[in-house]
Ligand binder design. Sequence first.
Ligand code: PEP
Length: 249
Amino acid sequence: MRRKIIAGNWKMNKTPSEAIKLVEELKPLVDNEAVDVVFCVPAIDIVPVVKACEGSTIQVGAENMYFEESGAYTGEISPAMLVDAGVRYVILGHSERRDYFKETSEDVNRKMKKAIEHGITPIMCCGESLEQREQGITLDWIRQQVKVGYQGIAAADAAKTVIAYEPIWAIGTGRTATTEQAEEVCGAIRQCIAEIYDEATAESIRIQYGGSVNAANAAELFAQPDIDGGLVGGASLKADFGKIVNYDR
Ligand code: PEP
């Protein structure tokens, strides 16, 4: 039985002092011992958020990371910096990074390997555009993103990672994928992992759905056999996130 994982992606929101206030507001609301709760926050908020989360079950994640150890990479954040600051998870290959910052699946693969090497759990995002869905190439596209993302990663490591299926047309649009659409792709991702590795790895890996998840649709989405939780953008910045985490109550 896979444990659900519900992660908030704060994106480029909240100054350090605003971040502390939000954690204090959400802390009593996001207590569900059946779920791993992760706040993925902007780099500058990591240290104060880790401190503010002390004594709670909330785990802190980063929204990105570089694939080199250290050196002349102005503006980048290394895996060792994240680990030292108390980060346990890192979102890699979010569609906003792929679109705006031209990250490729090969970049994502290098970051995946580095995160794993440092004991950080990657949440690898994949997802199709509306155009790709309309062209009927969704599953081919997602399979390709997953295959490249996991290239050279051992089964035992892959089993502990998280994949977030996020249709680009559903991110921040209020237009959620239907439960059937979300389950179909999450099931295909699990199948792809079984083909790359084996059934045991596919059964272990956790697959989230992301794209306009809210308090009203979370329970139905998370009840699907291949959906092990959610990656939540907009609604993770509000008290609603508590209702999403407690979707089963
Ligand atoms: C996201 O940014 O990963 C996301 C899913 O955003 P939203 O929930 O706002 O659609």
